[in-house]
Design a protein around this ligand. Structure first.
Ligand code: FE2
Length: 255
């Protein structure tokens, strides 16, 4: 029997942050390309934008499973803070406004949906009947959904992540949380930061998602950017009573 297998492509969406305009644009983009076999999210579904309940409902309608971001677990469990890192007192004050707004806005159904998200998901895109590869989905690291895995992290840091996750050469670890997409292979393990659908911070305001292609070994990652109606998202969050500063982040792609 041939070892070839059909094309298997997964789309990964992270850090939607209640931005329904960006999420719907990404879902439409994935549908239009027609070559994606499965879609997953990597957490931080809520916070900073106007549609936390609608985003959670849309993902459920679409059957998109995923893992819990820091925003999801802190809202779900009524923690004191979203766990987001602030660069200065002004950002800290804005982070509190967003967290309190979101905690007030979420319905019981949304809170329960957030509380039920798993911390990590282990997938076998080619099936459990073959040796691999394994795809591990996280929001940040295998130990915490608060740690920022930025592009400048050392190879040693990533090796420790791989050991904690229990993966080996040929496997993939995917995560978000920093809102800046990148990917790198260390000791044969592919590390993929998916960037952010709803609140990019890399200077490109377009929504970001990642396509993982398992059609050939080793798997590959492609970062995709999707334009969406930023001004409508900006207007909606202001109409919802959120600070205009959050709209400026959407417009600039910078926080
Ligand atoms: Fe986030």
């Amino acid at each position: 029997m041939a070892n070839d297998h059909p094309a298997i492509r997964f789309a990964l969406l992270s850090d939607v942050h209640a931005n329904l305009h960006a999420l719907d644009a990404v879902l439409a983009h994935i549908t239009a390309r027609g070559d994606i076999d499965a879609r997953y999210h990597l957490g931080d579904l809520v916070g900073y934008s106007a549609f936390p309940n609608e985003v959670v409902a849309r993902l459920a309608e679409e059957g998109i499973a995923g893992v819990s971001g820091n925003y999801d677990t802190t809202v779900a469990h009524g923690y004191k803070h979203c766990g987001c890192r602030s660069e200065n007192p002004e950002q800290e004050a804005l982070a509190h406004i967003s967290f309190e707004w979101t905690c007030r806005a979420v319905t019981t159904a949304t809170r329960r949906a957030l509380a039920s998200l798993p911390f990590r998901l282990d997938l076998r895109p080619l099936g459990g009947h073959v040796a691999g590869p394994t795809l591990v989905l996280l929001h940040a690291t295998p130990a915490s959904n608060l740690v920022y895995v930025t592009e400048d992290r050392s190879d040693d840091f990533l090796r420790k992540m791989a050991a904690q996750a229990g993966v080996r050469a040929g496997d993939v670890i995917a995560f978000g949380h920093t809102h800046k997409p990148w990917s790198r292979t260390v000791d044969g393990v592919l590390f993929v930061n998916t960037g952010s659908v709803g609140r990019p911070k890399d200077g490109d305001p377009r929504a970001a998602y990642v396509v993982l292609d398992f059609s050939a070994a080793p798997p590959t990652a492609t970062i995709v950017r999707v334009p969406y109606d930023v001004m409508a998202a900006k207007a909606a969050l202001e109409e919802g009573g959120l600070p205009g500063a959050f709209g400026l982040v959407l417009e600039s792609g910078l926080a």
